[in-house]
Structures are given as structure tokens and as C-alpha cells.
Design a protein around this ligand. Structure first.
Ligand code: NAD
Length: 296
């Protein structure tokens, strides 16, 4: 069993850290919110009073934070006085947050220069998969660090991929979520177009599922209310995966495209539609509610 410092115990980090406790690891946690720490203490974790005091002599440091600026300040700090300055080469650092690829590369390089193994390891799967321990991890870093990472990630997820060097995990996540946005919009558009010609969306869904239009949005997350009992669309678009988070991820995908001088016109269109939907007051609703925007 390993010793783990886990920092960032929000909607995702909380259940992920609990799964590590359940798997028998010695987990020390820290979050800026005392109630998030109290929840983990009840689950069997040790509470630290700062990130710095959580990381003393551990096998793994894992972070699940909102954005790149939090990850940079946690690991590098303002004057290279972040967590990296407290670690040695025995510790493996895994950042599971969804952040910009550039920051992931920067932190990865800073860690490498200090002889510390770092992987950007963003996840796909959302809160339900975090609780069930079935997340997919997309890792960026060197092969030796990946071998150490997969041991602990296996207690929080079921698919663990080595995407490439530092930053590659974030690039993979950006590509995936851009495609998710595009096929959710495409699926919504096709269903609404059929419905306007009098087709039953459930029948049209079955037809497309057995045809070349088949995709994940149709298979498990149908955006048309009433077609799929357990999908957010049949529960007033209660998330699920919020529009706010999709807009964040599409912003990161735009940066990934820009830094490769690549014109991702479908991704840009998807970003524009989701941003307009967010600005119309739908940020906290499930992202499949984009169907309602297309209906208007
Ligand atoms: P969240 O806002 O619920 O949790 C973030 C936590 O980090 C909060 O508890 C906050 O107090 C804590 N925090 C912030 N700065 C900190 C610091 N400096 N030190 C210690 N704690 C700090 O967010 P979330 O939904 O858990 O998402 C976390 C990350 O996972 C994000 O990057 C998000 O994009 C990504 N993600 C989320 C989902 C989802 O469905 N929620 C799915 C996949 C990926």
C-alpha cells in the first residue's frame, strides 16, 4: 500500500480520494474548504493543515484543482517555493485537473529539472465515474513515471492511457471533449430536424444507432427528453456534465488548436454555440440541454 497526499477535494477529488482510502492506501488530504476535509476525515483520511504539510515523505502527490493557475501556484509557486521544492525523486506527482497543456508542460519540465516524476493525468467520466472508480485517465509524461502512476490510478479508474510526453494528457482530453461537444450538437440537430418532420425521436434514435450516425451521445446520453430514462434530458437537464465545464474545456481545446496553428472550425462553432447557451443562463444545466438552444 502507498502513502498519498491528495489536494483538492471537490466534486471529483473528494470521491477519488475516498476510493484510495477504500483501497487501503494511507491518504493525507488538504483542501481550502474545511468541510471538504471533514468529509474525507469521516471516510478515514488524515487531514493536513496545508498542502505543504500533506506532502512530507509520500509516494504520490495527487492534485484535482480547478484550473492551470491553481496547479502552477501549488507546484511551482511565485518564487519556486511550491510543493516541488519540498519533494524528492521518490515521490511521483500526478495532476488530474483539466488545465491548459502549456501549464502542464511547464510544471512537467520544472519537475523533471528537479528529478521528480510528473504526469498530467486528466480524467474523463465525471462525478459518477469518480465515485464508482471507473474514470479514464489520459497521461502525459515519461514511461517510467507512467508505470508508477498506473499502479495508483488503477484504484480510481478502469482505463489508463499513456498519451505521450508532458502535456499530452491535456491535449488528449481537449481533443476528446471537443469531439464530444461536436457530436452532442450534431446528434441534437439530427433529432430536432427529424422531429420537425414528425418522426418520433426515439424511433429516429434507434435508426441512427443501427446506422452510420451511431455515437456516444446517442448510445448513452440521448439529448431528447423522454428517449432515455436515465439521461439528464429526461430529468430537466440536471447535470451530469455542466455547460460551464464544457465551455471551460472548449476554451482549452481552442488554445490547443491555436498553439498548433490549426483551424478547428467545427470546434470553434461548438464553442460559440455552448458559450451563447451559457450566457443565456444555462451554465449550471447539463450540456445536452444544447438541444433546447437549437430548438429555438
Ligand atoms: P470543484 O470546484 O468541485 O473542486 C475543486 C476543489 O479544489 C475545491 O474543493 C476547492 O476548494 C479546491 N481548491 C482550489 N484551490 C485550491 C488550493 N490552492 N489548494 C487546495 N484546494 C484547492 O471542481 P471539480 O468538479 O472537482 O473539478 C476539478 C477538476 O476536474 C477541474 O479541473 C475540472 O475541469 C475537472 N473535471 C471535472 C469533471 C466534473 O464532472 N466535475 C469531470 C472531468 C474533469
Amino acid at each position: 500500500m502507498a502513502t498519498v497526499a491528495f489536494i483538492g477535494l471537490g466534486n471529483m477529488g473528494g470521491p477519488m480520494a475516498k476510493n484510495l482510502v477504500k483501497a487501503g492506501h494511507a491518504v493525507t488530504v488538504f483542501d481550502l474548504m474545511p468541510e471538504a476535509c471533514a468529509d474525507l476525515k469521516a471516510a478515514g483520511a488524515e487531514i493536513a493543515d496545508s498542502a505543504a504539510s500533506a506532502v512530507g515523505n509520500v509516494d504520490y502527490v495527487i492534485t484535482m484543482l480547478p484550473a492551470g493557475k491553481h496547479v502552477r501556484s501549488t507546484y511551482v509557486g511565485d518564487n519556486n517555493d511550491g510543493l516541488l521544492s519540498l519533494l524528492d525523486s521518490n515521490t511521483t506527482v500526478l495532476d488530474c485537473s483539466t488545465i491548459d497543456a502549456e501549464t502542464a508542460r511547464e510544471v512537467g519540465l520544472a519537475a523533471k529539472a528537479m528529478g521528480i516524476g510528473f504526469m498530467d493525468s486528466p480524467v474523463s467520466g465525471g462525478v459518477a465515474a469518480a465515485a464508482a472508480g471507473t474514470l479514464a485517465f489520459m497521461c502525459g509524461g515519461d514511461a517510467e513515471t507512467f508505470e508508477k502512476a498506473r499502479i495508483i490510478l488503477a484504484d480510481m479508474g478502469k482505463n489508463i492511457f499513456h498519451a505521450g510526453p508532458a502535456g499530452a494528457g491535456q491535449v488528449a482530453k481537449g481533443c476528446n471533449n471537443m469531439l464530444l461537444a461536436i457530436h452532442m450538437i450534431g446528434t441534437s440537430e439530427a433529432l430536432e430536424m427529424g422531429a420537425r418532420h414528425g418522426l418520433d425521436p426515439a424511433v429516429l434514435s434507434d435508426i441512427m444507432l443501427a446506422s452510420s450516425g451511431r455515437n456516444w451521445s446517442l448510445e448513452v446520453y440521448n439529448p431528447y427528453p423522454g428517449v432515455m430514462e436515465n439521461a439528464p434530458a429526461s430529468n430537466d437537464y440536471k447535470p451530469g456534465f455542466m455547460v460551464d465545464l464544457m465551455v471551460k474545456d472548449l476554451g482549452l481545446a481552442m488554445e490547443i488548436a491555436k498553439s498548433a496553428n490549426f483551424d478547428n472550425s467545427m470546434g470553434q462553432r461548438a464553442r460559440d454555440l455552448f458559450e451563447a447557451h451559457q450566457q443565456a443562463g444555462n451554465g449550471q444545466r447539463d450540456f445536452s440541454s444544447i438541444l433546447e438552444k437549437l430548438q429555438r
